[in-house]
Design a protein around this ligand. Structure first.
Ligand code: C5P
Length: 403
């Protein structure tokens, strides 16, 4: 299961309290979640936990000073660069002292300088003894820090290093990670939105071993499903036979074979979703009477009578309170003309056209070239790109129109 922290560049700032030892676990969990972690320690944090432990776990050098005095060349550690590099700054543990300096803009170490230069979201997880925690100045600092836009990860209640018991324990490392993941998740543009997407081919049985199908790999639809989930949507993916992986904690995948099964799965949920995307290459016809036993090779010719499948997209297009509707058109000739007719007939809000004549577009390949037609017949043309990038363009166009 992919974390929202995967690929994020995180600066972990550690200030000097006994809870600093827990920062080693925080680094472990961040790295495990796929984040790139750089650690900055205040000079006093080094009394509690060694930079060697943290550099080993983070796989990056640990910084504490403005100049790198352990380096012969005495290099300047650029706090501005670090502040700009980070997608996220986490200060854990945040001591009362470090927080009071953050409040006042005091900059007497590299962590505080980085904090003041950072443009990214800043999370801080306080840790201190219960009386320090309760002190009005500490409480006022919590308020001031949050009023500056920093996000506080509340301390826990329980046994403290002093032997006393009360509020002030650093939140547990896994709680810190979960808190940040949920916070990021809740701020994504599609958070709280439900999306339905069909993808892949359908297989229509001729007999127990043969079927009518097509070359759709499901890659384009899978990429869109993943992008929707990356943007925070709850995704219901209805997938025809496809080997493509769509692992994501926000994707619920239902595998189907036939157009009728896809139709049924869509109509079970379509009235509950905000957006419905129909990227599946659905077989327009199916054998009228699939036979129970394998058809034997006898006559020179063989006719199979076909009957029309339901048009799933069109059936949603005529719904009264329909979701924002996105259809696909894969054409081989008169592309624009067919696409406009399809958008009208199926009543789509967006129609994504790809032409089999375009190089790098269509089935099986990792790239695609699309043109999007909106409800007002505006045309948006895109370059040939990886399907993962095309998915971003499509989801972007949806976000622009539904938010
Ligand atoms: O009419 P045509 O099959 O070209 O339309 C393509 C669009 O309609 C795609 O979005 C496809 O997923 C959808 N479709 C459908 N059910 C069908 C046939 C197509 O949802 N039976």
């Amino acid at each position: 299961m992919k974390s929202v922290l995967s690929g994020r560049k995180i600066v972990l700032g550690i200030s000097g309290g006994i809870a600093a030892y827990k920062a080693t676990y925080i680094v472990r969990l961040l790295v495990k979640a796929g984040a790139v972690v750089k650690v900055i320690m205040t000079p006093s944090a080094r009394d509690f936990v060694t930079p060697l432990t943290l550099s080993t776990l983070s796989k990056n050098p640990v910084l504490s000073h403005f100049t790198n005095e352990e380096d012969e060349n005495d290099l300047w550690n650029n706090h501005v660069e670090l502040g700009l590099w980070a997608d996220l700054l986490l200060i854990a543990p945040a001591t009362a002292n470090t927080m009071s300096k953050m409040v006042n803009g005091a900059i007497d170490n590299l962590l505080l300088a980085t904090y003041c230069s950072a443009k990214c979201p800043v999370y801080f997880a306080p840790a201190m003894d219960l009386d320090m925690y309760k002190h009005p100045s500490t409480q006022a600092n919590f308020e001031k820090l949050t009023s500056y836009g920093n996000i506080m990860i509340p301390a826990g209640d329980g046994e403290l290093a002093s032997g006393l018991s009360g509020k002030g324990r650093l939140a547990e490392p896994h709680e810190i990670i979960e808190f940040i993941e949920q916070d990021i998740q809740s701020k994504l543009p599609l958070s709280g939105k439900a999306c339905l997407i069909t993808a892949g081919p359908t297989y229509e049985a001729i007999d127990p071993v043969r079927f009518i199908g097509n070359h759709s790999s499901g890659k384009m639809g899978a990429s869109i499903a993943i992008e929707l989930a990356n943007q925070g949507a709850q995704v219901q993916l209805i997938m025809g036979p496809s080997a493509v992986s769509t692992e994501h904690h926000l994707i619920n995948r239902v595998d189907v074979k036939t157009a009728q099964q896809m139709y049924d799965a869509v109509h079970k949920i379509v009235h509950e979703v905000d957006v419905a995307i129909f990227s599946a290459a659905v077989s327009d016809y199916r054998p009228l009477n699939p036979v129970d036993q394998k058809i034997k090779k006898k006559s020179e010719t063989l006719s199979i009578e076909l009957v029309k499948n339901p048009d799933i997209l069109a059936s949603v297009g005529v719904m009264k309170n329909k979701p924002f509707l996105v259809g696909f058109a894969l054409e081989t000739e008169n592309e624009m003309e067919h696409a406009f007719a399809k958008a009208e007939k199926k009543q789509t809000d967006l129609l994504v056209l790809n032409s089999m004549r375009d190089k790098g577009a269509g089935f099986g390949v990792d790239t695609n070239k699309i043109t999007i037609i909106d409800k007002d017949k505006n045309i948006f043309r895109f370059e040939t790109k990886l399907k993962t990038e095309v998915a971003k363009d499509i989801v972007n166009e949806i976000i622009k129109r539904i938010l």
